[in-house]
Structure formats: C-alpha cells, structure tokens
Design a protein around this ligand. Structure first.
Ligand code: DBV
Length: 246
C-alpha cells in the first residue's frame, strides 16, 4: 500500500550502489499476521521484515506494517558497522487513523562535535531546506528524543496522502542518496579511543530506541507481549544481543 513503493525504491537503489547480502531475520519474524477488530471493522494486520548487510553497514532493516488504509507503517533504519563514524539513517513513516506522521533523518553519533556536523550534517542542510518548504515542522515530539536527531531532521504530519506520495517520497529518495554518498566515502576507523566512543554512541542510541519504541503498544496489541519484546530486542534493535550473545 502507501509505503510499498518506498521500500521497493530503497532496496533497488541500495542494490544499484552496493552489493547487498542478506542479514538473518530470526525465525518467526519474517512475516507475522493477526486479525484485529470486530465485525465489519475486522482487518488483517501483516508485519513483514526485510534485512541486508554490506561491508560498511552492519544492519539495514525495515519493518513494514500493513493493516488497511488507516494503518500503514514503514520503519527503516540503517546501522553502520562499529568501525565507521557514519550516522544512522532513520525513517519512520507512519499512517494511523489520526493521520500521517513522518520522521526522516540521518542521526548523528556525536552531537556536540563541530567537525562531525561539518562532515555529516552540513552537506544535507540544502536538501533539508528544499524539502522543508513542502513539509512543515510536525510540532511536539518527546523531549527526550531530541538529543538523537540532527539539524536536518524532517518531522512532519501531512494532512493529505498525496503529500506522502509526492513530497515525502522525494525527500526519502534524496536522503537515501545522500546517505549512500557518505557510505561510499567512509573510511574505517582504527583509533581505539574513537572506536570506543562510536560503540558507546551506538549503544546509547540503540538502548533509547529499543526502550522507547513507539510501536511497542501497537505490536503488543496485535501479536502479544512475548513476540513484541523478541522482535524489538532480537531484530529491530539487536546490537546488544550481537555484542553479547546469550
Ligand atoms: N517506530 C519505531 C519502529 C516502529 C515505529 C521500530 C515498526 O521506532 C512506528 C514500527 N512510530 C511508530 C508508530 C508511531 C510512531 C511515532 C506506530 C505512532 C505511535 C502512536 O502514536 O501511537 C520518530 N516516531 C513516532 C514519534 C516519533 C517517531 C518522534 C512520535 C512519538 C510520540 O509522539 O510519542 N524515530 C522515531 C523516534 C526516534 C526515531 C522516537 C528516536 C531516535 O528515529
């Protein structure tokens, strides 16, 4: 439905830039469905997972939730390997009965570092400004999430689905292209202090996202608590498990 073209574009575009290898999706999480609602409001809610990796990118993963016209979500995040200083690519494209909610960013590892900003945020500010004209600021969002976003954070709540299909899609393509330009230029980090700082920054980000996942309530309602916690910690935000396998 609404976000399938985004996912198709992203996979085709990434394949055009890099050799993508499959990234393992834990058994039982590739695809999950449940019937929700009563009577004529019954809907099947299907969640599919997609995941890849490359030499530079530890995990490229998407969760695609499809539950009819008023429930569509594409959450797409790229986690670089820990020996690169690359930002995260993060897209949270959400359609609920109340409307659309769009978050698109390259989330920095280091926020108070001018040279990091010059390297990874300033180059995308022109792209940000060109899209922001059509995608006005979406208003309040959780205070505690603020430290994780860049100055190029596109955050908007379009009224019209057509805006999602046009301007949001254009912005998504431009951000993904810009991200892959960074990826192409990235050099492995070898300095041990720098590597330790990257690992800490990745873990801080990941713990926040796993703990505060705004989709937790929705997933629990559809698929139950056990499935949801395993999906969050075992697939969506899996770095801690990968560092310290249980
Ligand atoms: N969000 C996820 C994952 C999702 C998902 C893995 C697979 O991180 C969906 C699904 N996001 C999702 C849903 C909602 C939001 C909202 C279903 C709506 C929740 C609701 O209204 O019930 C950006 N996503 C949001 C919000 C923000 C983001 C700011 C509004 C939350 C609120 O108002 O409380 N992206 C999200 C975020 C970070 C990010 C918090 C943090 C770094 O990158």
């Amino acid at each position: 439905m609404l976000y399938q073209p985004f996912l198709d574009y992203a996979i085709a575009y990434m394949r055009s830039r890099l050799e993508l290898e499959a990234y393992p999706i834990p058994e039982g999480f590739e695809s999950k469905s449940a019937v929700v609602g009563k009577g004529k409001n019954q809907e099947t809610v299907l969640t599919t997972s997609h995941a890849f990796q490359t030499g530079t990118l530890r995990q490229i993963r998407a969760a695609h939730v499809q539950g009819g016209k008023s429930l569509q979500v594409l959450n797409f995040v790229i986690f670089p390997h820990l020996n690169y200083d690359l930002p995260f690519f993060g897209a949270d494209l959400v359609t609920l009965p109340g409307g659309h909610l769009i978050a698109l960013d390259m989330q920095p590892l280091f926020h108070d570092d001018a040279s990091y900003q010059a390297k990874y945020t300033e180059p995308i500010l022109p792209t940000f400004h060109s899209h922001q004209q059509h995608l006005p600021w979406g208003g309040d969002f959780p205070e505690e999430a603020k430290p994780f976003f860049s100055p190029a954070f596109l955050w908007t709540r379009p009224q019209d689905t057509e805006v999602v299909e046009t301007h949001v899609f254009d912005a998504f393509k431009d951000y993904l292209q810009a991200y892959f330009n960074f990826v192409e230029q990235a050099e492995p980090i070898t300095d041990s202090q720098h590597l330790a700082a990257i690992e800490q920054a990745q873990l801080r980000y990941l713990r926040y996202r796993a703990e505060k996942d705004p989709a937790r309530g929705m997933f629990k309602r559809f698929y139950g608590e056990e499935w949801t916690e395993e999906y969050i910690h075992g697939f969506l935000f899996d770095l801690e498990r990968k560092l310290a396998p249980v």
